[in-house]
Design a protein around this ligand. Structure first.
Ligand SMILES: Cc1cc2nc3c(=O)[nH]c(=O)nc-3n(C[C@H](O)[C@H](O)[C@H](O)COP(=O)(O)OP(=O)(O)OC[C@H]3O[C@@H](n4cnc5c(N)ncnc54)[C@H](O)[C@@H]3O)c2cc1C
Length: 441
């Protein structure tokens, strides 16, 4: 299962730099607003540059560098010596499904060469070309550019980074479309008309259903009504579950997304008021529906929640809200007996003692997030083995229950935040700005 959270943490340099800088600010540093500003200034300047400027036109030389690399790479791929196109030690190839049918990362030219030699005969990569404009970094002579290519099964997109010597320091490849089962976009999109095809419009027939009638029955059908059991059951309607739902919808694969909350986006609405995405908007688009050009750089909590809800509606996704998955038994463990899973759901109005529903999907995807389940270690007890201090008399809460420090709730109090990831930094900053006596991370 692709963990979106982990992916962006590893691959997003601004975020990594931000975290690295903020991690330096432990107890003492939190009393230093000036230090905070000085450390964040270079990172925020980069965001500012991106917001205000348009990319300079690439030089003819940049295009030549990419063309030369592509020609060498294509030849070396055929010859089984692709390692020659990569920086010997510090190079990476990450593949999402295009070559490996999995998500894999290879490090160092030797490993990359072996992996490409092992996967290329089946993948048959070909037709490499530049997609868009290469961008050059004058400070170190590196170059970055998007590529398009084809494989035996579909179309792919790649991101290439070259060092000043013309070797690849990183290559990211991904499969974006399947030839045998293209997404229903562009010329393949739905007509939206009660008729299924243009020909049918010319020969109307009674009993056709309008859009709203079809949408009204889509979810009950996806849950096992007229269409039978769902082929794919996705647990969780956050950004991961919704993105996958959109892909399956446009592939025509029967699926349903199960979301425990009453509304899509509630997992964001329920968190602390200061929550916002830390990645700038240009890293956060969902498939098929990019954010509008006027969207704020850092998406605030409620705006993201509303967007996710809007996305589910606009993409016509089959999302069963207020429904919790309580049990999922894989086929090998005696699930459906027919090679299918056995998944128990609690739909609205049901309880643990009655009203649950069992579905038998062929595939189950857990898109329940990496940080959805609060874990609160008990403070040391006041007596007995392991007791080191008096029982803790203060408030203890998980970040998911942090109400925000507005209204002076924590003014003058001493706070300890356990952990040093995104929420921890937000909460430390909020406590400090709202007048806590001291904040220790
Ligand atoms: C302060 C902060 C800033 C962040 N900034 C960014 C950013 O800039 N960019 C970015 O990409 N990410 C960011 N993240 C991380 C982001 O929250 C996760 O990457 C993202 O939410 C993961 O999406 P997901 O769909 O995997 O899981 P989630 O968004 O956690 O969704 C999981 C869903 O599953 C549902 N669910 C759970 N259990 C069940 C069940 N048993 N049955 C039914 N439904 C269930 C939940 O209700 C929830 O809606 C940030 C996180 C924090 C805390």
């Amino acid at each position: 299962m692709l963990n979106i959270g982990q992916l962006y943490m590893v691959y997003h340099p601004v975020k990594r730099a931000l975290l690295a800088e903020l991690c330096l600010r432990t107890a003492a540093a939190f009393n230093a607003g000036a230090m905070l500003r000085s450390r964040l200034t270079p990172i925020l300047s980069a965001v500012k540059r991106r917001c205000l400027s348009t990319a300079p036109p690439a030089s003819a030389h940049a295009h030549q560098r990419v063309d030369r690399w592509l020609s060498d790479f294509s030849a070396s791929l055929s010859a089984g010596s692709a390692q020659e196109s990569f920086v010997p030690e510090h190079s990476f190839w990450r593949d999402m499904v295009a070559f490996t049918w999995s998500i894999r990362t290879f490090e160092g030219a030797a490993h990359i060469g072996q992996a490409l030699a092992a996967t290329s005969p089946a993948a048959q990569p070909h037709g490499w070309c530049v997609d868009g404009t290469p961008t050059e970094d004058a400070t170190d002579g590196s170059l970055e550019c998007w590529l398009r290519f084809r494989t035996a099964t579909g179309r792919g997109k790649a991101l290439l980074k070259l060092d000043k010597e013309g070797k690849a320091s990183s290559l990211f490849t991904s499969l974006s479309d399947l030839d045998a089962r293209p997404f229903a976009t562009g010329g393949r999109r739905s007509l939206g008309h009660p008729c299924e095809s243009i020909d049918e419009i010319a020969t109307p027939r009674p009993g056709r259903r309008y859009w709203h009638e079809r949408r009204a029955t889509a979810l009950p059908a996806a849950l096992g009504g007229e269409a039978g059991e769902p082929y794919v059951l996705v647990v969780g309607g956050g950004q991961g579950g919704l993105s996958l739902g959109a892909r399956l919808q446009l592939l025509g694969v029967p699926y349903v997304v199960i979301e425990a909350d009453a509304r899509v986006g509630d997992s964001w609405r329920k968190r602390y008021p200061g929550l916002m995405l830390h990645d700038p908007v240009w890293y956060d688009h969902l498939p098929y529906m990019p954010f509008p050009a006027s969207w704020p750089v850092f998406t605030p909590r409620d705006k993201l929640a509303d967007w996710l809800q809007h996305y589910a509606t606009a993409m016509d996704l089959n999302v069963a809200t207020s429904t919790r998955v309580t049990r999922a038994v894989p086929p090998a463990d005696g699930g459906g007996g027919d090679g299918r899973w056995e998944v128990e759901l609690q739909p609205p109005g049901s309880t643990s003692s009655g009203g649950s529903v069992t579905l038998r999907p062929a595939h189950v995807v857990l898109a329940t997030g990496m940080s959805g389940v609060p874990r609160v270690p008990a403070p040391p007890a006041g007596e007995g083995e392991g007791a080191t201090q008096d029982p803790f008399a203060g408030e203890v809460m998980h970040s998911s229950a942090y109400p925000g420090a507005g209204g002076g709730r924590f003014a003058g109090r001493r706070a300890v935040v356990v952990g040093s990831n995104t929420s921890a930094h937000d909460i430390c900053q909020d406590l400090w700005e709202q007048g806590a006596h001291s904040v220790t991370m």
